[in-house]
Design a protein around this ligand. Structure first.
Ligand SMILES: N[C@@H](CCC(=O)N[C@@H](CS)C(=O)NCC(=O)O)C(=O)O
Length: 212
């Protein structure tokens, strides 16, 4: 029996995987654990009735497990870890919050229209902290093997790279060599290639928020 998972379809193309980092996180967990699954692409701009009945909150991802639809990537990844412990993806608690402020800082900087509001520096501080962590413990957050924190960070760093490159011509400073190597390592994984959104869909997804 394969699991079923609802994830975001690309805006403008309901047949193609879309740009939701939380959906990709859940898919990465399934792929890394080699769990068979059936994927439903949800057009979040026009949600089907069956999906809203399965998950009234209307967000993706949602995983069907034991005939029940389970929302939220935090809950889904934990459930998958408990149910399919091999290979383990647990991150030890001392490393569990590494990089946890990067996504929020990225979104703030991306939306910022005031270059002096400190949002760029705040993001740089978070990336520098990640660089230092990876220097001491890398190449992944918990050492030699990928774990849950990497699976959560990978789609967010991809969005950061694509969206800031496009909307602000901004790139992660070359001096943060460990972050650069980390991103290359994550993006080169087979699981990542199979579950990532196309760059144009990432850009299209952020455009309304940047131009708001
Ligand atoms: N905390 C949730 C966030 C999920 C989320 O925000 N999903 C967005 C797409 S990236 C969504 O479903 N948006 C559609 C909507 O809110 O109507 C998780 O980790 O799964």
């Amino acid at each position: 029996m394969s699991l079923e998972i609802c994830v975001k379809a690309a805006a403008g193309d309901p047949e193609i995987l879309g740009d939701c980092p939380f959906s990709q996180r859940a898919l990465l967990t399934l792929e890394e654990k080699k769990i068979p699954y059936q994927m439903h692409l949800i057009n979040v701009g026009d949600k089907p009735q069956w999906f809203l009945e399965a998950n009234p909150e209307g967000k993706v991802p949602v995983l069907k497990y034991n005939d029940k639809w389970v929302p939220d990537s935090d809950v889904i990844t934990q459930l998958l870890e408990e149910t399919y412990p091999d290979p383990p993806l647990c991150t030890p608690s001392e490393h569990a919050s590494v990089g946890s402020k990067i996504f929020g800082s990225f979104v703030k900087f991306l939306k910022s229209k005031d270059p002096s509001d400190g949002s760029e520096q705040a993001l740089l501080d978070e990336l520098k902290a990640l660089d230092e962590h990876l220097k001491a413990h890398g190449p992944y957050v918990n050492g030699e093997n990928i774990s849950a924190v990497d699976v959560s960070l990978a789609p967010k760093l991809y969005h950061l790279e694509v969206a800031l490159g496009h909307f602000k011509s901004w790139t992660v400073p070359e001096s943060l060599t460990y972050v650069h190597d980390y991103m290359k390592l994550l993006f080169a994984r087979e699981s990542f290639g199979k579950t990532k959104a196309a760059k144009e869909h990432v850009i299209a997804g952020w455009a309304p928020k940047v131009n708001a």
